[in-house]
Design a protein around this ligand. Structure first.
Ligand SMILES: Nc1ncnc2c1ncn2[C@@H]1O[C@H](COP(=O)(O)OP(=O)(O)OP(=O)(O)O)[C@@H](O)[C@H]1O
Ligand SMILES: [Mg+2]
Length: 381
């Protein structure tokens, strides 16, 4: 092949290659300019600023696409392919853009791609620059739930008091009418004392709970050994456990020291043991283990009783909550015991966990900060 043919083909190759390269470069330029175009109107640094903000916040462009959002926005589960999944939210944004007037709204929306749970959202949208809308959101789900619990509390107190008071009134009338029949009188008198006991437990628990809240922080904490606290709580429950044919065993690490109010901690653990007794079927065993691990002292109260479903375990710390099973067994409980436990534990800087399976049993685990006795002495010196 002549040299010129080789040179020509090389030249053609080079030109073609350069052409392709030019094409690629120019299309890349176009793509980049499209991206810059979309965010060109956003003031410089806004995207970076938004990524540093903790509250849920998003900036939406004229096409309804989210061009910038804070990290917590994604956690709410309300966006899909960088757009708001809810049509209602998209409409609000569109209205704000077209009218220029800000909007605030409380919404109840489905969360996540499968929409399994709902979220109570407080939303505020306002125009941002000429073509964008700024959406600021707040997750109010937990707040709404607590408001509901508080409202229920008052309603439940009246309901719970009404039942035994009504029963006492009826039984007293029945007693009057059966005055000549000693057997019937004995029967009604027994029931009357049951109802009186129920009323007295309920009143005591309501008083305990409100006193706990009112006195918070007034009493000085002292250095306590968790073994002594547990021993006292077991002591309170021993008679009832034996009467029901249940055995209580306890033990664990020595030197499990915490700072706290002895009476309250005994009350908390005693409530857990009372539950373990109430919701166990004899012959059963209740175990209480004390462990010191690293920074914490743990107390686990375990029973092999009736247990609970996962849905029930999620709600047990709510005031007046009782599982259906517990209701139908008419154990006479009021559903305040565990709220009191949780309150005391939180007040001591601790936390509470529960594991339970129907017909297998339950374990309630309390965790408190471990306090070295030496560090306390140093403080006192
Ligand atoms: N160890 C347990 N095993 C199974 N269910 C339990 C256990 N502990 C608590 N529960 C369930 O949780 C509910 C709430 O317990 P909580 O102690 O708050 O109230 P209660 O025992 O019903 O009444 P009280 O206020 O008299 O303690 C109980 O009614 C019961 O359904
Ligand atoms: Mg209880």
């Amino acid at each position: 092949m002549a040299l010129w043919v080789v040179l020509l083909s090389l030249a053609i190759g080079a030109v073609a290659g350069a052409g392709v390269t030019l094409l690629v470069v120019s299309s890349l330029r176009q793509a980049t300019s499209a991206v810059t175009m979309a965010s060109a109107l956003l003031p410089r640094g806004v995207t970076e600023l938004v990524s540093l903000i903790e509250i849920p916040l998003a900036i939406v462009d004229g096409a309804g696409d989210i061009v910038a959002m804070s990290p917590s926005t994604g956690e709410l589960g309300l966006t899909k392919n960088r757009r708001f999944a809810s049509e209602e939210v998209r409409k609000i944004v569109e209205r704000v853009r077209s009218t220029g007037r800000p909007a605030s709204k409380e919404l109840e929306l489905l969360r996540g791609p499968l929409g399994g749970t709902t979220i109570n959202l407080s939303l505020r949208a306002d125009r941002f620059g000429a073509n964008f809308v700024l959406v600021v959101m707040a997750d109010k789900t937990e707040m709404r739930r607590l408001e509901e619990v508080r409202r229920d509390f008052v309603a439940n107190i009246s309901h719970e008091l009404k039942t035994p008071i009504g029963a006492v009134t009826l039984l007293a009338e029945a007693l009057q009418q059966a005055a000549d029949d000693p057997d019937t009188v004995r029967h009604f008198a027994e029931r009357l004392s049951d109802e009186a006991a129920r009323l007295s437990t309920l009143t005591r628990e309501i008083i305990d709970l409100s006193r706990l809240q009112a006195e918070e922080g007034l009493e000085p904490f002292e250095l306590l050994d968790m073994n002594d606290v547990v021993a006292a709580a077991v002591d309170h429950n021993q008679v009832t456990a034996r009467a029901k044919g249940l055995e209580i065993v306890f033990g664990g690490d020595e030197g499990a020291t915490v700072r706290g109010d002895s009476n309250r901690l005994v009350m908390a653990i005693s409530n857990l043991i009372t539950n373990a007794i109430t919701y166990s079927v004899p012959p059963g065993r209740i175990g209480i283990g004390i462990t010191r691990s690293g920074e914490f002292v743990e107390v686990a109260v375990t029973d092999n009783g009736i247990g609970m479903t996962p849905e029930e375990t999620e709600r047990v710390f709510e005031r007046f909550y009782r599982t259906d099973q517990a209701r139908s067994r008419s154990t006479g409980g009021t559903g305040l015991g565990l709220s009191i436990v949780k309150h005391i534990v939180n007040h001591h800087g601790g936390d509470i966990k529960v594991w339970s399976r129907p017909n297998r049993g339950s374990t309630f685990t309390l965790r408190f900060p471990y306090i070295k006795p030496e560090s306390e002495k140093e403080k006192a010196a």
